[in-house]
Ligand binder design. Structure first.
Ligand code: PRT
Length: 108
């Protein structure tokens, strides 16, 4: 089974940005502009929720769609995957502050 990492997906999205291919869907998204990309991210996020409600196959399929469109969004805004990884890295080892949330135990 062929696998693709998020880094490879990002690189692909980046390549389509710097070297557009007229018939490529990814290049089409960039050509349509930011609002189109944002709309797709919103749609795909909603489809992840619906997929999760249905079954795990749909959740997997829709998550892949969302990841792809998120990569296109990051590329189009000039945000690198390394910046996301750095943000995630900054959170490693931090205590969650669940106790600061009111009623986090579900108490009245
Ligand atoms: N991973 C993906 C990927 N995931 C989802 N999609 C596309 O995202 C779209 C989502 O489907 P929708 O029905 O929501 O959208 P749509 O109706 O086709 O499009 P709209 O008219 O709504 O914009 C489909 O066209 C999918 O083909 C992807 N398109 C491309 N890739 C990767 O990018 C590579 C390059 O693709 P091209 O840019 O098309 O050459 C591919 O080989 C893949 O590895």
């Amino acid at each position: 089974m062929t696998k693709q990492t998020l880094e490879e997906l990002y690189d692909l999205a980046y390549q389509r940005h710097v070297q557009p291919i007229p018939e490529a869907y990814t290049s089409y998204l960039y050509a349509q502009g930011q609002d189109k990309i944002l709309k797709k991210v919103g749609e795909e996020a909603t489809e992840v929720i619906l997929g999760a409600k249905n079954n795990r196959e749909e959740l997997i399929y829709e998550t892949a769609d969302l990841f792809f469109h998120l990569m296109v969004l990051l590329v189009s805004t000039g945000v690198s995957l390394a910046e996301i990884e750095a943000e995630l890295g900054a959170r490693v080892g931090q205590q969650s502050r669940l106790h600061e949330r009111q009623n986090w135990r579900g108490e009245a």
